[in-house]
Design a protein around this ligand. Structure first.
Ligand SMILES: Cc1cc2nc3c(=O)[nH]c(=O)nc-3n(C[C@H](O)[C@H](O)[C@H](O)COP(=O)(O)OP(=O)(O)OC[C@H]3O[C@@H](n4cnc5c(N)ncnc54)[C@H](O)[C@@H]3O)c2cc1C
Length: 390
C-alpha cells in the first residue's frame, strides 16, 4: 500500500460506498476498507434489510432531525439514481393502517409530520379507500404515502460500488481495520489482510462507517466514546401471495402505526411488522414477484453477529399483522434475519467529528432508515466535513 493515503473509509456497506462515491468527485486517493470478501457478500445491514425506500414520515424533526431530513432527501435521490441506472426500484406506495380509534388519531399526528418533513402527497383515507387499494387489508383508516417504494438492496449497492471504483476509489475488501492510532498528530490504521498479515497505514483522514461495529471502532480512538449500542435482530418471514385468494396483495407496502421495542436502554420507536412485496427476475427483468415479506420482528440479542438465538414463532408474525386477516402461521416460511445497533438515549443518526481527533468522522447509529438515507448522508458528510460543492 502507499506510504500515506488521503481518506480511509472503514466499512463497505451502503453508507461507506455512497461516501466513497460522493467524495471521489472532489478528493483523490480514497481507500475503503471492508472486512467482508466483497461489498455484497457477508453479513451486514445493507444486504439484509427490508428493501423499503422510506418516505420519512416517522421521524420527529425535533428529536430526530437528521433522520427526518436525510430520509426525505435520500428517498428522492434514490428515485433519480435508480431511474438513471435502470435499477430495481418501484414506487409502490405505503399504507400506514389504523385498527383502533387510538391508532386512527395517531395517523393525524403522522399526517402533520409528513407535512412538517415535506413528504409529498400524503393523505388520510377511509376503510373503503383502503379496500380499493388492497382488497384483503382490513383497516379502520390509513395514511396513503405514495413516495414510499421498494428496492432490491444489493443491486443498488453494487451500482454505487461500480461507480465509485470507476472514479478511482480503491476497495480493499477482505481487509479488516484492527486498530486506529491518533497520537502525536498522526493518524494510522492497522489493517489485517485476508492472508492474516497486518500492517500500519498512515492516513490524513478517517471516516468510520462501520455499521453495527461503529461504536467499537470509535472506541479505538476515544475509549470514553459517549454512546453505547444495543443489538437488535430483525427476523422476517415470507408467503406466496398467489397461494390463496385471501392472501392476494396487489403490491403496496402495508405498515401498522409505529410500534416500540424494549431494549436494555428502554423503549425505542420502530416501524412495526409490515408486509412488503419482494422482487423476482422474469425474462431478465426485475418485477414485483409473488413473494411478500412479513417482518421484521425484533429480538434484542447480545452480540452484533447473533443469528443463533431462535427466531420468533410464525404465530407472532400473524398476531402482529391483524390488518391482514387472511394470513395464517402455516402460510409462512423463514426469510432472513439482519442485526442493527440502536444507540442508548440517542434516537437520531450520530454523525460527528471525533472528540479528540478532528480528522476522524464517526457515523454511528445508522439504523433504519439508513439505506434510504445513504445518498443524503454522503452529501451531508461531504458538505459538512469536506467542503464539497455538491
Ligand atoms: C432487518 C433490517 C431491516 C431494515 N430495513 C430497512 C429498510 O427497509 N429501509 C431502510 O432504509 N433501512 C433499513 N434498515 C437499515 C439499513 O439496512 C441500515 O441502516 C444500513 O444498511 C446501514 O448501512 P451501513 O453502511 O451504515 O452499515 P452496514 O451495511 O452494516 O455496513 C457496515 C460495514 O462495515 C464493515 N466493517 C465493520 N467493522 C469493520 C472493520 N473493523 N474493518 C473493516 N470493515 C468493517 C462491515 O463488515 C460492514 O460491511 C434495516 C436494517 C435491518 C437490520
Amino acid at each position: 500500500m502507499s506510504e500515506k493515503i488521503n481518506i480511509a473509509i472503514i466499512g463497505g456497506g451502503i453508507v461507506g460506498c455512497w461516501l466513497a462515491l460522493e467524495l471521489s468527485r472532489s478528493e483523490k486517493d480514497i481507500f475503503l476498507f471492508e472486512k467482508n470478501p466483497g461489498v455484497t457478500t457477508g453479513e451486514n445491514q445493507s444486504s439484509r434489510n427490508s428493501g423499503v425506500n422510506h418516505a420519512g414520515i416517522n421521524y420527529d424533526p425535533d428529536t430526530r432531525p437528521l433522520k427526518a431530513r436525510l430520509c426525505v432527501e435520500g428517498n428522492r435521490l434514490w428515485g433519480d439514481f435508480c431511474e438513471q441506472y435502470s435499477l430495481p426500484f418501484i414506487k409502490v406506495g405505503k399504507l400506514m393502517v389504523a385498527l383502533t380509534e387510538e391508532e386512527d388519531r395517531e395517523l393525524d399526528l403522522y399526517e402533520r409530520r409528513a407535512f412538517q418533513n415535506n413528504v409529498p402527497d400524503v393523505r388520510k383515507i377511509t376503510a373503503a379507500e383502503v379496500r380499493k387499494i388492497e382488497p384483503n387489508v382490513d383497516a379502520r383508516s390509513a395514511l396513503f404515502i405514495p413516495s414510499s417504494g421498494v428496492f432490491e438492496p444489493t443491486s443498488l449497492l453494487r451500482q454505487v460500488y461500480f461507480l465509485a471504483s470507476s472514479q478511482g476509489v480503491q476497495f480493499m475488501t477482505g481487509t479488516e481495520v484492527m486498530a486506529i492510532d491518533a497520537k502525536q498528530g498522526k493518524l494510522s490504521i492497522r489493517i489485517r489482510y485476508r492472508d492474516g498479515s497486518e500492517e500500519w497505514v498512515e492516513t490524513q483522514r478517517i471516516i468510520n462507517a462501520g455499521g453495527v461495529k461503529a461504536v467499537s471502532l470509535a472506541k479505538m480512538v476515544d475509549k470514553d466514546f459517549p454512546l453505547k449500542t444495543a443489538f437488535i435482530r430483525g427476523d422476517s418471514m415470507k408467503f406466496n401471495r398467489k397461494a390463496r385468494h385471501d392472501l392476494h396483495l396487489r403490491g403496496t407496502n402495508i405498515y401498522p402505526t409505529p410500534r416500540t421495542v424494549k431494549t436494555p436502554f428502554g423503549f425505542q420507536s420502530t416501524v412495526g411488522v409490515h408486509l412488503t412485496p419482494m422482487f423476482d427476475i422474469i425474462d431478465g427483468q426485475y418485477v414485483i414477484g409473488d413473494t411478500v415479506m412479513v417482518g421484521p420482528r425484533l429480538t434484542v440479542v447480545h452480540s452484533d453477529d447473533d443469528l443463533q438465538t431462535p427466531m420468533p414463532e410464525p404465530e407472532s408474525f400473524v398476531h402482529d399483522t391483524g390488518f391482514f386477516p387472511g394470513l395464517n402461521a402455516i402460510d409462512l416460511t423463514p426469510n432472513f434475519g439482519g442485526i442493527q445497533a440502536r444507540l442508548d438515549g440517542y434516537p437520531d443518526f450520530y454523525i460527528s467529528r471525533d472528540r479528540l481527533s478532528a480528522n476522524i468522522v464517526h457515523l454511528v447509529g445508522i439504523d433504519s432508515p439508513g439505506f434510504t438515507s445513504a445518498p443524503a448522508i454522503a452529501r451531508h458528510v461531504a458538505r459538512k466535513f469536506f467542503k464539497s460543492s455538491t
